[in-house]
Ligand binder design. Structure first.
Ligand code: ADP
Length: 396
């Protein structure tokens, strides 16, 4: 089976052609500068090709993608009929979507309804969907939502303690993001530990970071909120702050709320605390060379991650497994060690030798640790491909 995975942004479109059974990627690429001029970056194995192709809209980007996938020199399929289905990454499913689903007119209308919750991403995701429908009308399309995995949270986790009208009229509540990654890691961890019923906390630590509390494969709580700004501090996002900070800064510096939110999303987090970079590798180098601000940024990050693990251990009445994933979680052994150090009180013990490795599936806890600690590299694309294949096969 061949699943085409599409992640459409406002001026870009990423694609991968994947076998959902093996996870093998036969080709992948990026259409960029859509609406400006248009450039296609295509990769098959180690062979890369870059082509300037006019892309006034996402339709031309999809057309160029399908063309290069069938190209005699750079292609991997002979006809579009070899693509069994398309899986689209969609940012915000609001209260409309609890799972991935096959796209029809009703689904499109519901994704449109969620635009106020994802004003930048959902319109772009819809452009990708419509462009695919236009050029490959016979191929089933599936929407996979970044929020869906978290929809099993109970009201005490997802309701904000603000007047009910904002929830009832405007759907303002905690949604959470990175759901496809959390779902993949939860599913994969169940396979790795050989159990379906267990309690875990997953730490997706990357440039954007979020954590989830998962019981028996179902999300019970997560750190991001109505938007991805909430939770632990991130590369350039502040994470949780007192909302009154916005009022203070806007009043004092004559900033608009939008400008202030832009600052909190793009100029805060590790970048702001370190004054150097949002990249954890740069922070580590800085800290090693005696830069105290870099050391503080890393400390603050590990402290906040550990705090949430503690909170979620309380929420779940104890945990069996702690998992680390994404760029920092998979690779930065010092972040993992520092987080686990804070968690010694709950019997978390890691083996420094095991933890010194990176980027692969592995247990890093000692045999006598009360909590198993794992590194589980995420694979959002595989999760999208598997969801898509499952839905399309079930509909046959
Ligand atoms: P996103 O998908 O949110 O853009 P990633 O999950 O790719 O982010 O994570 C990016 C982060 O991972 C960067 O801050 C980078 O420093 C960190 N990272 C990647 N490789 C390593 C490494 N070898 N050691 C430490 N940090 C790393």
């Amino acid at each position: 089976m061949n699943i085409l995975i599409i992640n459409a942004g406002s001026s870009s479109l990423k694609y991968q052609l994947m076998n959902p059974e093996t996870g093998e990627v036969s080709a992948k690429g990026l259409c960029e500068r859509i609406g400006i001029d248009g450039r296609l970056n295509h990769k098959v194995g180690d062979n890369k090709v870059v082509k300037d192709i006019p892309m006034p809209t996402h339709s031309e980007a999809i057309a160029a993608t399908l063309e290069i996938l069938q190209d005699a020199e750079h292609g991997v399929i002979k006809s579009v009929a070899e693509i069994d289905a398309v899986g689209h990454r969609v940012l915000h499913g609001g209260m409309e979507f609890f799972d991935s689903c096959i796209i029809d007119d009703e689904v499109i209308a519901a994704i449109e309804k969620c635009i106020p919750l994802g004003p930048l991403h959902n319109p772009a995701n819809l452009m990708g969907i419509r462009a695919c429908q236009a050029v490959m009308p016979k191929t089933p399309q599936v929407a996979v939502f970044d929020t869906a995995f978290h929809m099993t949270m109970p009201p005490k986790a997802y309701r904000y303690a603000i007047p009910t009208e904002y929830y009832e009229n405007d759907s303002i509540r905690r949604y959470g993001f990175h759901g496809t990654s959390h779902k993949y890691v939860a599913k994969r961890t169940a396979e790795l530990v050989g159990k379906k019923e267990f309690k875990m906390v997953n730490c997706h630590l990357g440039n954007g970071s979020s954590m989830s509390a998962v019981k028996d494969g179902k999300c019970q709580d997560t750190t991001m909120g109505l938007t991805p700004l909430a939770g632990v501090p991130m590369g350039t996002r502040s994470g949780d702050i007192d909302a009154a900070v916005v009022q203070f800064i806007c009043n004092k510096y004559g900033m608009s709320v939008d400008e202030c939110l832009n600052m909190l999303n793009k100029k805060s987090g590790m970048l702001a605390l370190s004054g150097v970079s949002s990249d954890f590798r740069d922070l580590e180098d800085g800290a090693k060379n005696g830069n105290e601000a870099c050391a503080l940024a890393r400390d603050k990050f590990c402290y906040e991650v550990a705090k949430y693990v503690g909170a979620y251990a309380a929420a779940l009445n104890g945990i069996d497994v702690l998992t680390f994933t994404a760029g920092v979680g998979e690779n930065d052994c010092n972040v993992r060690a520092a987080v686990c150090e804070y968690l010694g009180f709950m019997g978390v013990k890691i083996d420094p030798e095991l933890n010194s490795k990176r980027g692969k599936e592995m247990v890093i806890s000692t045999p006598d640790s009360k909590v198993q600690v794992w590194v589980v590299p995420t694979n959002e694309e595989l999760m999208i491909a598997q969801d898509t294949a499952e839905l399309v096969n079930a509909a046959k």
